[in-house]
Design a protein around this ligand. Structure first.
Ligand SMILES: [Mg+2]
Length: 217
């Protein structure tokens, strides 16, 4: 866990979902692979060739943008798949309940954090997928706001989803802390808004937030 610019009196925690509220490499891999597989079929290409083309495009983009990340949704737009269409693909392909099960420890952690802070979810998945994921983890009632790909129609690392989450929590950006597993997506953009950031390795680190000195519970 790594902390960045934590405000003296944080009021809201903005959580990333995938790779943050659960650690499940097989499901994470499935999410990317199933989208790229469908794109490959659409273009009459092999999965491997499509994966290579996407990785090359993202790498080239990062090089010209000073290391900034590019979400898969935004990358797919370059390959001719609109945001709206890739959202539909995600809604059709992803069944979080197949991979994830209730996590009582996460539930208890979020309940205790939620007693002190406003909690929001900021994800590059559509809200429907977010709701199914939270339900599978047994934490469906823990967040007062959910910002998905269909909320702002732009994906992280765009800053709009973070500002929307702060607004849903009725908290100024400078009193928010973003918690996520990818620096370029979850931490760098909020830092530019004056928010704090906590980079986690997975849900184990989220459990440990309760014992973090700068996070009072
Ligand atoms: Mg993540």
């Amino acid at each position: 866990m790594k902390l960045y610019n934590i405000p003296e009196h944080p009021e809201a925690l903005l959580f990333d979902m995938d790779g943050t509220l659960y650690t499940n490499p097989a499901y994470m891999q499935f999410q990317n692979r199933s989208l790229i597989e469908r794109l490959a079929r659409r273009r009459g290409s092999s999965l491997e060739a499509m994966q290579g083309a996407i990785a090359a495009y993202q790498e080239q983009w990062a090089q010209t943008q000073g290391g900034q990340g590019l979400s898969l949704s935004t990358t797919l737009v370059h390959f001719g798949i609109s945001l709206k269409e890739s959202m539909r693909w995600r809604e059709e392909l992803y069944e979080p309940g197949v991979y994830l099960k209730a996590d009582p420890k996460l539930g208890e952690t979020l309940k205790r954090l939620g007693a002190v802070y406003a909690l929001a979810l900021v994800t590059n998945n559509p809200v429907l997928v977010a709701r199914k994921t939270l339900a599978a983890l047994g934490v469906g009632e823990c967040f007062q706001g959910i910002v998905g790909l269909d909320t702002c129609l732009v994906s992280k690392p765009h800053t709009a989803p973070f500002l929307k989450a702060a607004a849903l929590c009725r908290v100024s950006p400078s009193a928010c802390v973003s918690v996520g597993d990818r620096y370029a997506m979850d931490i760098a953009p909020p830092l530019t808004l004056g928010m704090g950031g906590i980079l986690v390795d997975g849900v184990e680190d989220v459990y440990h937030l309760l014992f973090e000195e700068s996070i009072r519970v």
